[in-house]
Ligand binder design. Structure first.
Ligand SMILES: Cc1cc2nc3c(=O)[nH]c(=O)nc-3n(C[C@H](O)[C@H](O)[C@H](O)COP(=O)(O)O)c2cc1C
Length: 196
């Protein structure tokens, strides 16, 4: 399962629509579920210290942990990601058991003329800091209002590009094994250091 994460809470958000389209267009063997960030409170370390993770945060963290990959659709706000997305990622990043560690991800975004290019660069930095392996390919949906119809369905060309993005993410996730499996393999095949 790929977990979709939208940086917008807006009802007719182009970014949430992009994830809904990914859900609809994905190959049969790739399931996509979109996370609900609407109940996640603003990060406050006092909250965490008093009661642990609030329920919507715990749910979000478990959804990431259980996913083979994450697919993030970010709007661009003031040249960066939205507070909604950054806040959710801040919660997810907490602790040595952060579900982001070693996760595979792809980023994309729907916005204005530059298609969220600047926000996506910031997002990549945030993800790299959290040991997330990010698909190199980017998907920029420029002038989003012209790419979606009234039902928030993408035009054919953009739908093809989205399908390729999702397929590449799924392929990357399949190629990357969990760290524990790789560690076992390494034990079976001693490195030159072990042989000295
Ligand atoms: C506070 C705020 C800041 C914004 N800053 C930018 C920006 O820096 N660059 C840009 O291309 N669009 C900017 N926008 C426009 C949004 O990217 C646009 O409204 C987009 O459709 C929001 O994503 P959504 O449709 O998923 O809600 C901004 C909008 C808001 C509300």
């Amino acid at each position: 399962m790929i977990l979709g994460i939208s940086g917008s809470l807006r009802e007719r958000s182009f970014n949430t629509a992009l994830l809904r389209e990914a859900e609809r267009l994905a190959p049969e063997d790739v399931a996509i579920e979109v996370a609900d960030l609407s109940g996640i409170p603003l990060y406050n370390r006092d909250l965490e210290a008093a009661d642990g993770y609030p329920a919507p945060v715990a749910d979000f963290r478990e959804a990431i942990r259980g996913a083979e990959a994450i697919l993030i659709a970010t709007p661009e706000y003031n040249f960066s990601v939205t507070g909604v997305l950054k806040n959710a990622l801040d919660w997810a990043s907490r602790g040595s058991d952060s579900p982001l560690n070693d996760k595979v991800a792809a980023v994309m975004g729907a916005g204005g003329r530059f298609g969220t290019a600047r926000a996506q660069l910031h997002l990549r930095e945030i993800l790299i800091h959290n040991r997330v392996l990010v698909l190199p390919r980017e998907l920029l949906v420029s002038r989003a209002g012209e790419q979606f119809d009234d039902e928030l369905r993408l035009n054919d060309e953009m739908a093809q590009r989205l399908l390729r993005h999702v397929t590449e993410l799924a392929n990357l996730a399949r190629r990357v094994q969990p760290a524990s499996v790789s560690a076992d393999r390494r034990l079976e095949q001693p490195s030159r250091f072990d042989q000295r």
